[in-house]
Ligand binder design. Structure first.
Ligand code: SAH
Length: 351
């Protein structure tokens, strides 16, 4: 089996070159070609032919293909559906904000977390993405769109903490000064709350933003919406958030999709305000995106306003996410889902 060369860190690449009997300085050259999007060893023009041949023999390289690309007429948001080497597909969304262009990347093919409102989880988990595949989402979105990506959110398909090692390696790669050099402060990692990973993440002392998909401040509502809450619970989640905040000094952000009649009452707002304030957490409200296969509806604007007012009166830092790309299915898993419905109604599932 050929090795996935793009997933290697520079020090590992040096070791590989040594074992091939080549000088270490070649590692830097190769890393630089790879991270500029070159996917053909023969295009690495400063490497001798003999080395290029050895690389071809030992390593695999893949150029992800655009299966579908949709550009929003409303705000220029671009949604890509990428085909991976094994024929699976994942989505990446590029959003243009004032503070910079942001890529929303997937970390798994499908998802096993089962959130009741989410499209990504409908066919279950197929497999985790390799670090190289996540990196390529950012790199080829930048190359194809011509938009310089300065920010990343791990908020596409999949649960990043369920693919912990590969996601950590992706972060090292994308953050590397000889690579895309995207600063950790410009990266957000979103999780449904796999708290057993929070301490590991905190220990790495990354300056990224941890976004926690809370969606309900009480166990009754949250366990209904998010199976990941069952057996863990909101209080344990809050304790894990506190440890993370204390250890890293980085404020947590709570994602909260407003669902009509489910999590948008005054009672929910007050409970949420209490938890957010005690952690100095930021609350990001998301008007629920309607997913065809799901029965949930977004909250009315009246309920949203009342909810926001309670949070603000309690001194919570709250924002409402702008809906970008609503004309291009730019939310979680919807494009991949559509493709699957067209091609194959029951995708292969791995648990
Ligand atoms: N698995 C991770 C990241 C992927 S989803 C997580 O759970 O955080 C990114 C965000 O979109 C999460 O907050 C998720 O709960 C939310 N989301 C999923 N489906 C949604 C929908 N239909 N409407 C609004 N937000 C949704």
């Amino acid at each position: 089996m050929k090795k996935d060369i793009l997933s290697l860190l520079p020090a590992e690449l040096e070791q590989e070159l040594e074992s091939l009997g080549e000088p270490k300085f070649r590692a830097k050259q190769i890393f630089s070609w790879l991270h500029r999007g070159v996917r053909d060893f023969d295009q690495m023009s400063n490497l001798p032919k003999s080395l290029r041949e050895k690389l071809k023999e030992n390593y695999e390289l893949y150029h992800p293909q655009v299966l579908r690309k949709q550009v929003s007429q409303l705000d220029g948001t671009i949604k890509y559906l990428w085909e991976l080497a094994d024929g699976n597909a994942v989505e990446t969304v590029v959003m243009q904000y004032k503070h910079g262009n942001t890529a929303c990347v997937s970390s798994q093919v499908g998802c096993r977390q089962g959130c009741a409102f989410c499209a990504s989880t409908i066919g279950g988990l197929v497999r985790c993405l390799e670090p190289s595949e996540i990196l390529d989402e950012v790199l080829f979105s930048q190359l194809d769109s011509g938009l310089v990506i300065s920010n990343i959110v791990l908020m596409g398909i999949g649960e990043p903490l369920d693919n912990f090692n590969n996601v950590m390696r992706f972060l090292e790669l994308v953050n590397h000064p000889e690579g895309m050099n995207i600063g950790m402060r410009h990266i957000s990692l979103s999780t449904c709350g796999l708290i057993e990973r929070f301490d590991d993440l905190a220990q790495r002392d990354l300056q990224l933003t941890l976004s926690v998909s809370l969606h309900a401040p009480d166990d009754e509502t949250r366990s209904k919406l998010m199976p990941a809450n069952r057996g863990r619970g909101v209080q344990k989640l809050m304790e894990a958030c506190r440890r993370y905040y204390e250890r890293t000094g980085r404020r947590i952000s709570f994602e909260y999709a407003m669902i009509d009649g489910v999590n948008d009452t005054e009672k929910h707002a007050r409970l949420l305000a209490r938890e957010a304030r005690s952690l100095s957490a930021h609350v990001n409200l998301i008007p629920l995106n309607h997913v065809e296969e799901r029965q949930f509806r977004p909250s009315t604007s009246g309920h949203m306003k009342a909810f926001i007012k309670i949070l603000e009166d309690e001194g919570v830092n709250v924002t409402v996410r702008r809906r970008l790309g609503s004309d291009v299915d730019a939310s979680c898993g919807q494009l991949r889902r559509k493709m699957q419905n067209e091609k194959n109604p029951r995708p292969e599932t791995v648990e």
